[in-house]
Write a protein that binds this ligand. Structure first.
Ligand code: 5BU
Length: 279
């Protein structure tokens, strides 16, 4: 059997048992989109407007719900409506990083009740397996999935080498709930001597730091193109923020829609080229 990233999203969906991972792969295939739009804006109207525009082009929307300064619970109701209308999943990029008991509360409770609406969330592996235990106690019964942060896109980040290896080993020991990684490359060969490696290992790789028109920002972000990310590095989902919604204060609907279309096309073309290599 060829390695997972050389197989189609549809084939891979058949073998995933975690409901969030399965649904994400099925959505990617159905919509021919491996594009996740990341929305870091401060007003709920802009947040919902951008999602309203990009919905048809994406498989997933990535949120930082705590950035919205006029947040009300109705934002979540509308987000869920849009996710059903336009057929995409929701990923709250919460980056949990505390002891199990605390992350379980942060995930289930508080103002945002993330577990009740976010199909996928993520965690830093820095606390060790307890972060997974805490989050899975809440998320697994709801059919949610978790991504571990194995690598980051920023200059000088510390998630490299043995840290990345240990993230992968932690994930292998919790495959029911940990469905993949936030990373810059596939993790297949990482810690390959680990006894936990399964023959059918297929972690999803979701990759931020994607842009076509810039190589970075003034605060250490580094961008690569969809070709570099999907074809050369074997990642599964491109996460694009400002490359799609721009940097201005106003949402320019035509621009946002145009960019979403371009990134969807680029991401999909890179995937088709990748799997054609295995045929
Ligand atoms: P941008 O506007 O495309 O640069 O936004 C990138 C998003 O991805 C932003 O929400 C970050 O929080 C997120 N991100 C990232 O850029 N790099 C990382 O390594 C991780 C998350 Br982890």
């Amino acid at each position: 059997m060829p390695p997972a990233h050389l197989q189609s999203y549809a084939k891979r969906a058949e073998r995933h048992s975690n409901p969030a991972a399965k649904e994400l792969l099925e959505t990617i295939e159905r919509k021919r989109s491996n594009l996740c739009v990341s929305i870091d804006v401060t007003k709920q109207a802009d947040f919902l407007r951008i999602i309203d525009i990009v919905g048809p082009y994406i498989c997933l929307v990535k949120t930082h719900v705590d950035i919205i300064e006029d947040f009300e619970p109705t934002v979540i109701d509308r987000l869920k409506e849009l996710s059903e209308r336009d057929d995409f999943l929701i990923f709250e990029d919460r980056k949990f990083a505390d002891i199990g008991n605390t992350v379980a509360l942060q995930y289930s409770s508080g103002v945002y009740k993330i577990a009740s609406w976010s199909h996928i969330t993520n965690a830093h592996p820095v606390p060790g397996p307890s972060v997974i235990a805490g989050l899975s106690s809440v998320g697994l019964p709801l059919g949610r999935g978790l991504l571990l942060l194995a690598e980051m896109s920023t200059k000088g980040n510390l998630a490299t080498g043995s840290y990345t290896e240990q993230a992968v080993q932690m994930a292998r020991a919790h495959r029911d709930f940990v469905v993949g990684f936030i990373a810059q490359h596939r993790m297949d060969g990482v810690a390959a001597s680990d006894k936990g490696v399964a023959d059918d290992e297929d972690f999803l790789i979701l990759t931020p730091g994607v842009g076509l028109h810039s190589r970075g920002d003034s605060m250490g972000q580094q961008y690569r193109t969809p070709q570099e990310v999907v074809l050369e590095s074997g990642c599964d989902v491109i996460i694009v923020g400002r490359g799609i919604y721009g940097k201005g204060n106003e949402v320019d609907a035509e621009y946002v829609q145009g960019q979403a279309e371009i990134y969807q096309k680029e991401g999909w073309a890179a995937y088709e080229e990748r799997i054609s290599a295995a045929e």
